[in-house]
Design a protein around this ligand. Structure first.
Ligand SMILES: Nc1ncnc2c1ncn2[C@@H]1O[C@H](COP(=O)(O)OP(=O)(O)OP(=O)(O)O)[C@@H](O)[C@H]1O
Length: 273
């Protein structure tokens, strides 16, 4: 199936209903010593939206995701998440308050099974203490069962039942990426940050991943912020796109607006500033 067919099938971007702004990044600047990774960048993300961040290599895309989930603390700016103003996010607080992410390089426990990897995504949801969990007793047992049911639901959703007991390290790359998505979904996030979810995939794997991203957005109502280099994918599935170049914002709008923005065209053609 082609991307536009997938979109038509799922009633994607054109018809998607987005809500109010859930995340507002205001005047974010971030430096590493003398390197300015982000300079005065503002953009927002609306509830239920698929928002892409694009730009040439080194533009600051991953740094921006790291600011959103609290890995990096910007020197300037403000983050407003669900109406709360913060100077910066904190990793634990971000995860606890519904922000999950996947990484550019797969970060799974290679020796553990698919099911166990997905279960690790439930950690922050676990209430019973370590001792009860170790004894697998009373409330801990009931809780463990509930978490396993949730993990199995995600496995069904991602159509990976056949490999649920397989150690992740033995799986092909495309499936590992799908498991990583599953682990992020296990946290039942409100905002899902995806760092190059299709990198290194073949066409068929990309089509599958696109379909799952659209399904997650559609069926769970999850807001998605993604970095992606494949322009076909970005233009097909995103509601709005923000474009970075050398740490500055050079474009922001619908795929059509961004596609015809001369600064964006220049950046991708490598025209000198
Ligand atoms: N931890 C860090 N320490 C020092 N410099 C960093 C760090 N992280 C990012 N940078 C620098 O910040 C700039 C932006 O990098 P970033 O990885 O955010 O870009 P990107 O758009 O995600 O690139 P790519 O598409 O290649 O992944 C680059 O110059 C990079 O070298």
């Amino acid at each position: 199936m082609q991307m536009n067919e997938i979109e038509a099938h799922l009633g994607a971007s054109a018809g998607r209903r987005t809500g109010p702004v859930i995340l507002d990044m205001k005047n974010i600047s971030l430096s590493f010593g003398g390197v300015r990774a982000l300079t005065d960048i503002s953009f927002n993300v609306k509830e239920h939206e698929i928002r892409a961040i694009i730009g040439p290599n080194g533009a600051g895309k991953s740094s921006m995701l790291n600011v959103i989930n609290g890995v990096y603390r910007p020197q300037q700016g403000e983050i407003i998440y669900r109406g709360e103003h913060r100077r910066n996010m904190d990793c634990y607080a971000a995860a606890k308050s519904g922000i999950a992410r996947t990484f550019q390089n797969i970060a799974l426990f290679k020796g553990m099974t698919v099911l166990d990897n997905i279960m690790t995504g439930r950690n922050l949801k676990m209430k019973s203490n370590f001792l009860l969990q170790a004894l697998y007793w009373g409330p801990a047992r009931r809780e463990e069962i509930e978490h396993r049911i949730k993990a199995e639901e995600i496995i069904d959703f991602l159509e990976i039942q056949a490999i649920r007991k397989t150690p992740v390290g033995r799986l092909p790359y495309g499936l590992q990426k799908r498991v990583e998505l599953g682990r992020a979904l296990a946290a039942e996030p409100e905002i899902l940050l995806l760092d190059e979810p299709m990198a290194g995939m073949n066409v068929e794997e990309k089509q599958d991943m696109c379909r799952f991203i659209l399904d997650v957005n559609d069926q769970f109502g999850t807001t998605i912020v993604l970095i992606e280099h494949d322009m076909g994918v970005v233009m097909d599935i995103s509601d709005r796109v923000v474009v970075l170049d050398y740490g500055k914002k050079i474009g922001d709008g619908t795929p059509d607006e961004v596609r015809t923005n001369q600064d964006v065209i220049n950046a991708y053609l490598g025209v000198e500033h």
